[in-house]
Design a protein around this ligand. Structure first.
Ligand code: ADP
Length: 494
């Protein structure tokens, strides 16, 4: 039957989904876990709790699907990226809580390295920026701050891993210490073009190479789960970070195909093929998933505040009762009446990178109503995503042929239509809303020959709706120009 299991280890919950070979969901389970904020700007998870919840949901999902582990061909793992775990090689016990991607404790360290002129080296080698978001300064912090950690690491007694690596280690009973290329490419320690851990970067962050996991393609045999865990061993056949898994799950496995996920924030990734093109437009270059024997890269840009702007209308202003209500309210007016909302509540991400920008509303007149604000907020989300995708087009030197979309806010038809109009590109929404988990299942299924190649996966992809660009001409150009003006007003505020 080609049963595949996806382990989707996210920032707030662990999930497991059982798929058949047609991409149909046969069973699933989800469990939230604790978020710790011990100091301002710090965000931690308990690695043992991550493991426990992930283990439990796998058993529950199989039960919900009325299936045994022995019927599963292979499992795939997709995970919150950049979150950093360090544990003892002999005991398997983590030496500290996991430092989550959102954690800003190493901001000053990054500032210092930047002042020392190190950013250029980092960007050239890794395709990333020198930011606390990525793993390197987090590992360095653990080695410097946790008692005895540095000496243990130097003796070869500690292991580092992103969450996928930690789960692989636990699933295989400590037999395998490995990660995949997409997760490796988020550590700030991976030389993207040369495809290896970078000695100069490891040296600069004083991280012994003995801590680093073996790096495999996303589509490969990572090991087998211990028999005792689920009753029968299951092959671990695919691993990828969540955004790259979503890109693959949206079948963007050929160059030029792009996806955007409209969640709390928005994450846009474009497959750029087998060459790691470094961005000239302040986007990240990162490894992407590919079928066996191939490699792929992607350009990535994130918008910090996407769907959370809608939450602000609901919770901060109280002008809607639910996120879904925004659509009706916005449709009750023909246009925004000249209002522009720049939802830069926590600064602006790619391609502007202005951490001092703040949320701004311009163009308010005596006639402005909450409906205009609602409509301008949706436009603000679509304009931000447009800026990221236009930067990608500039880097690639060719226009995007279509944008595939997923995430909670992609259910909003008006928002999707605005996106198509602003981009001048069709926006394609698939019926499958679980692109991330499906991507992990695709990887595992390709490794275990449930499918022979990515062309077969195209047959699974089912379009829910295509939003064709309808508006063109001066009006759109004028509005884009005004959006740029609004952005300038939001910039460098504090
Ligand atoms: P995450 O995975 O980041 O938690 P989801 O993919 O679950 O996000 O999407 C939730 C986000 O989408 C919320 O910020 C919510 O405000 C927004 N959202 C949900 N439904 C709609 C809608 N119909 N229109 C606009 N935004 C929506």
């Amino acid at each position: 039957m080609g049963i595949l299991l996806a382990l989707d280890q996210g920032t707030t919950s662990s999930r497991a989904i059982v798929f058949d070979r047609f991409g149909k969901i046969l069973g699933s389970a989800q469990r939230e876990f604790r978020q710790s904020f011990p100091m301002p700007g710090w965000v931690e998870h308990d690695p043992e709790e991550i493991w426990r919840t992930q283990f439990e949901v796998v058993r529950e999902a199989l039960k919900n699907a009325s299936l045994e582990a022995s019927q599963v061909v292979a499992l795939g793992i997709t995970n919150q990226r950049e979150t950093t775990v360090v544990w003892d090689r002999k005991t398997g016990v983590p030496v500290s809580p996991a430092i989550v991607w959102q954690d800003r404790r190493t901001s000053e360290r990054c500032d210092t390295l930047r002042l020392e002129g190190f950013e250029e080296t980092v960007t050239q080698k890794t395709g990333l920026t020198l930011d606390p978001y990525f793993c390197a300064t987090k590992v360095e912090w653990i080695l410097n701050q946790v008692p005895d950690a540095r000496s243990k690491a130097e003796n070869g007694d500690l292991l580092f891993g992103t969450v996928d690596t930690w789960l692989i280690w636990k699933l295989t009973g400590g037999a395998v210490h490995a990660t995949d290329i997409t997760n490796a490419s988020r550590t700030l320690l991976w030389n993207l073009k040369e495809g290896r851990w970078d000695d100069e970067l490891l040296e600069r962050f004083k991280i012994p190479i003995s801590m680093m996991p073996e790096v495999k393609p996303s589509c490969s045999h990572f090991g087998e789960t211990q028999k005792e865990l689920f009753g029968s061993p299951v092959i671990i056949g695919g691993v990828a970070g969540d955004q790259q898994a979503a890109l693959f799950g949206q079948n963007c496995s050929r160059p030029g195909l792009a996806k955007n996920t409209y969640g709390t924030g928005c994450f846009a990734l474009m497959n750029i093929g087998s060459e790691a093109v470094m961005s000239k437009s302040r986007l990240l270059t990162t490894a992407a998933c590919a079928e066996q024997g191939q490699n792929a890269f992607a350009l990535e840009g994130s918008v910090f505040c996407g769907g959370s702007a809608v939450q602000w209308l609901r919770d901060g202003l109280g002008i809607i009762n639910s996120a879904a209500e925004i659509e009706q309210l916005a449709l009750s007016v023909e246009d925004t009446g000249g209002v522009y909302v720049v939802p830069a509540f926590t600064g602006l991400g790619a391609p502007h990178w202005d951490s001092h920008a703040r949320g701004t509303i311009v163009g308010i007149t005596r006639g402005t109503t909450k409906a205009h604000l609602a409509r301008a907020t949706l436009e603000g989300i679509a304009f931000q995503v447009m800026d990221v995708l236009k930067a990608m087009e500039m880097d690639m030197g060719e226009p995007l042929c279509e944008l595939r979309v997923d995430g909670g806010a992609s259910k909003n038809d008006l928002l999707m239509q605005m996106q198509a109009d602003f981009l001048g590109t069709p926006v394609v929404r698939s019926k499958m809303t679980e692109a991330t988990a499906l991507g992990a299942a695709f990887l595992a299924g390709l490794t275990s020959h449930v499918w022979t190649d990515t062309r077969e996966l195209d047959e699974i992809y089912q379009v829910d709706r295509v939003f064709e660009p309808t508006e063109s001409g001066d009006s759109i150009l004028d509005r884009k120009h005004q959006w740029t003006q609004a952005l300038q007003r939001a910039g460098r505020w504090d």
